[in-house]
Design a protein around this ligand. Structure first.
Ligand SMILES: O=C(O)CCC(=O)c1ccccc1C(=O)O
Ligand SMILES: [Mg+2]
Length: 368
């Protein structure tokens, strides 16, 4: 297969409600959709999930556009690819910038699967007919959080993740547990604590949390190992894990007992699959995180989460969780707390709605 054209579409979509965590509030989601075309005119789609500013990791849509335009797209265009795995190899001389790489690799997976006539879930080695869906609830007014959780539970979501930070943790979880004693519940701190908070964090063991996600620094795995030794609640790492090698090291140190994988954070689906294989081999529970994505990013995550090792509900929710209107057709919907894997359609299994894309697009460039 030869990719003879790449188009970058920068879009901006207003969120239904702003999403707040310990670091920032996202109101208008800007991101980049990547469209690749092969020599037969087949189209594939990928999503670059970087944010407008570098609060989650160091990439932004600006750095990603630059890296894709100046380094990644020139390495991809007009060269022969046998498999989407070749893309990561082609990008290997470029250090880091995982979200830029994942976006292009994702688009190649989609077009390659379409050329082969197979669903992305099959190409990745997936088996599940449907994936159990969890949902993230942003930080905010406690009464609003409780009502939001009630609404999500009624919609059928299988587990709820809430954002916590110092000053908005114990009382938040106490209240939620009072209202929902048996809810599968977890908390994500997005690095809001330090090792000095060990005694404070030990109190979280009282709330039967499925796990505590990324309590300490984004670049740490040593302090997390110390903290895990003190907590009975399993720690799950997000920001600290960029590759299968990172996951192996974190597991060897005992820095976490659960792994969150996001194709965007680890440089693409090929690396995400490597992490899956490692976790499956070691019996480590794994789930697929989210990035406030459009349906394009979600579709890739649904295919990934159809693999055997994804034993926990992740943050892959329905299109209407964040968007009044998604950019894909059909939209992603929840059925009894699950999302159907589109086994009957090739590639990611969803079409980009060109009319909707034009409505939300703020910048476009074609590379040939
Ligand atoms: O629902 C989602 O898409 C994920 C929500 C979420 O927690 C999140 C959203 C954006 C960036 C980082 C995170 C995170 O998992 O820390
Ligand atoms: Mg997280």
């Amino acid at each position: 297969m030869i990719i003879h054209q790449v188009t970058l579409h920068q879009i901006q979509m207003r969120m239904k409600t702003p999403f707040t965590n310990s670091l920032t509030t996202v109101t208008d989601r800007e991101l980049i959709l990547v469209e690749v075309e092969d020599e037969s005119g087949r189209i594939g789609w990928g999503e670059c999930s970087a944010f407008s500013s570098p609060w989650y990791t160091e990439e932004t849509i600006g750095t990603a556009w630059h890296v894709m335009e100046d380094f990644l797209i020139p390495r991809l265009l007009h060269t022969s690819l046998h498999h989407p795995r070749d893309v990561a190899e082609r990008f290997q001389p470029i250090r880091r910038h995982p979200m830029a790489k994942a976006a292009i690799e994702g688009a190649v997976w989609d077009v390659w699967c379409k050329a082969e006539g197979i669903p992305l879930a099959r190409a990745l080695g997936g088996t599940r007919e449907q994936i159990a869906s969890g949902v993230a609830v942003g930080a905010g007014d406690l009464g609003v959080m409780v009502e939001t959780i009630r609404c999500r539970v009624e919609q059928g979501y299988r587990r709820v993740k809430v954002k916590v930070k110092p000053g908005a943790d114990i009382k938040v979880l106490k209240r939620i547990r009072l209202e929902f004693p048996d809810l599968p519940l977890m908390a994500d701190a997005n690095s809001a604590y330090t090792l000095e908070d060990v005694d404070h964090l030990k109190q979280l063991d009282d709330f039967s949390l499925m796990m505590l996600e990324q309590p300490l620094a984004a670049d740490d795995i040593v302090d997390h190992a110390r903290l895990q030794a003190e907590l009975s609640t399993p720690i799950c790492l997000d920001e600290s894990l960029h590759s299968a090698a990172d996951v192996r090291r974190a597991l060897e140190l005992g820095s976490c007992r659960v792994v969150n994988v996001k194709p965007a954070r680890v440089g693409g689906l090929s690396e995400a699959k490597r992490i899956h294989d490692l976790c499956l081999d070691r019996g480590i529970p794994l789930w697929c995180g989210g990035m406030l994505e459009t349906g394009v990013g979600r579709a890739h995550s649904i295919a990934l989460a159809s693999l055997d090792g994804f034993t926990l509900p992740g943050d892959i929710s329905a299109s209407n969780r964040y968007w009044h209107q998604d950019v894909i057709e059909p939209e992603i919907t929840l059925e009894e707390g699950s999302i159907k894997v589109p086994w009957d359609r090739p590639g990611i299994g969803f079409e980009v709605d060109r009319h909707r894309l034009q409505e939300v697009r703020v910048k476009k460039k074609v590379y040939t």
